[in-house]
Design a protein around this ligand. Structure first.
Ligand code: NAD
Ligand code: MG
Length: 389
């Protein structure tokens, strides 16, 4: 029986994970679950999965979580605060940690799980974007097993299975992108939060859905792929594939391409990581090729979606530029969703924030956290200039 700690259990990836776990009660049990603020939902999950620990990030909600657990007759231990989430990530009672927190808030726990040598199912791409080489070195040195949950990286991981180091060294990565809801929309000036939070193919949390619509998500994924697979950015290509059936591809030296296909359902990638190196059923319907009918591709329009180009530039500039870009984007998306800034302001905020980053690389976790915190202060100040314009 494999024991899991699910960080971000109340979110979209958390829900997909719990769904797969519930289909395989003979293989997986849940040790701990965490959430940001939704104590009712967290307590419900702890109860349904018989978890031993439930952690809410917001310290002020400790009492409410305790009450919610008690009201449901659940005897899971209540904990509160970001440090307790880190504690859960390294807790020896769990074999596997699912990193499904959204944003840079997930960095510390990803590092903690890696340091503790866990099997780490990592959905929190922001930890890889900000952690970069520092995180990958830690994974290697502590014998952790990092399995990418992000569908593109999961696909690449599958395509690279069995490849020799030399084959990997010469391979090219082709990341597919749906193009999001505005692929063929003329002007993006008047996009509303309502429109930007509806993805044509995937059902996901709000932040990543907005990121998909601006193609910042693909930019973050280029950075993520650079570090996860140790491939320089000039060998990572993005191609628009609106059907989201091919989840990404790898082209080898002989120009033969391996692709991974499936329905756009994150339960597939979670199940793959959970069962690795085996496979288990995720409860996802098989692909019906006759219904899919066609798979199409087009070049990304970098003029219309400049955040994608900005991510490549951040990689060229170094680790601090990636941290800056990530933080600026997180805060800009938050401000956009709150109706404070325009959709097109997201780029206008990210670009100067990224360009003004120090051109070096952070060397340890503390420097990464410090850089993220500093970027948040700068971005908050900068965004205030856009509010009410
Ligand atoms: P979501 O918004 O649905 O869920 C986020 C989870 O994180 C929730 O449980 C929330 O309580 C928790 N959380 C939020 N802020 C927190 C904080 N400050 N401290 C602690 N916990 C906090 O997001 P999601 O769509 O499930 O995405 C989670 C991560 O997975 C993101 O990094 C995203 O990029 C990545 N991802 C998601 C998908 C998807 O299909 N949803 C696909 C690929 C990658
Ligand atoms: Mg993805």
């Amino acid at each position: 029986m494999e024991r899991l700690s699910i960080l971000g259990a109340t979110g979209s990836i958390g829900t997909s994970t719990l769904d797969v776990v519930s289909q395989h009660p003979d293989r997986y049990s849940v040790y701990a679950v965490t959430a940001n603020t939704n104590v009712e939902k967290l307590a419900g999950i702890a109860d349904a999965f018989n978890a031993k620990v439930a952690v809410v990030a917001d310290k002020k909600l400790y009492g409410s979580l305790k009450e919610a657990l008690k009201a449901g007759g659940c005897d899971a231990k209540a904990e509160a605060g970001a440090d307790c989430i880190v504690g859960v990530a390294e807790d020896s009672h769990a074999d596997t940690v699912v990193g499904a927190i959204v944003g840079a808030a997930g960095i510390r726990s990803s590092f903690a799980a890696a340091k503790a040598g866990k099997k780490l199912l990592l959905a929190n791409k922001e930890s890889v974007v900000c952690g970069g080489k520092v995180l990958m070195d830690l994974v290697r040195n502590s014998n952790a097993l990092l399995l990418p949950v992000d569908s593109e990286h999961n696909a690449i991981f599958q395509c690279l299975r069995g490849a020799t180091p030399l084959m990997k060294e010469k391979a090219r990565i082709i990341l597919t992108a749906s193009g999001g809801p505005f692929l063929h929309r003329e002007s993006l000036e008047d996009v509303t939060p309502e429109e930007a939070t509806h993805h044509p193919n995937w059902s996901m949390g709000k932040k990543i859905t907005v990121d998909s619509s601006t193609m910042m998500n693909k930019g973050l994924e280029v950075i993520e792929a650079r570090w996860l697979f140790d491939v320089p950015q000039d060998r990572i290509e993005v191609i628009i594939h609106p059907q989201s059936i091919i989840h990404s591809m790898v082209e080898f030296e002989d120009n033969v391409v391996m692709a991974q296909l499936g329905s756009p359902d994150m339960r597939n990638t979670v199940a793959y990581c959970l069962a690795y190196p085996e496979r288990i059923n995720a409860g996802v319907a098989p692909l019906n090729f006759a219904k899919v009918r066609q798979l199409t591709f087009e070049e990304p329009n970098l003029k219309k979606f400049p955040l994608l180009a900005l991510a490549y530039e951040a990689l060229d500039r170094g680790g601090y530029a990636c941290i800056r870009l990530n933080a600026a984007n997180e805060l800009a998306v938050e401000a956009f969703l709150a109706g404070k800034i325009k959709y097109t302001d997201i780029f206008k905020i990210c670009e100067p924030m990224m360009l003004s980053a120090p051109s070096e690389n952070p060397k340890k976790l503390e420097e990464i956290i410090e850089a993220d915190e500093e970027a948040r202060i700068l971005a908050t100040e900068f965004i205030s200039g856009f509010i009410g314009e």
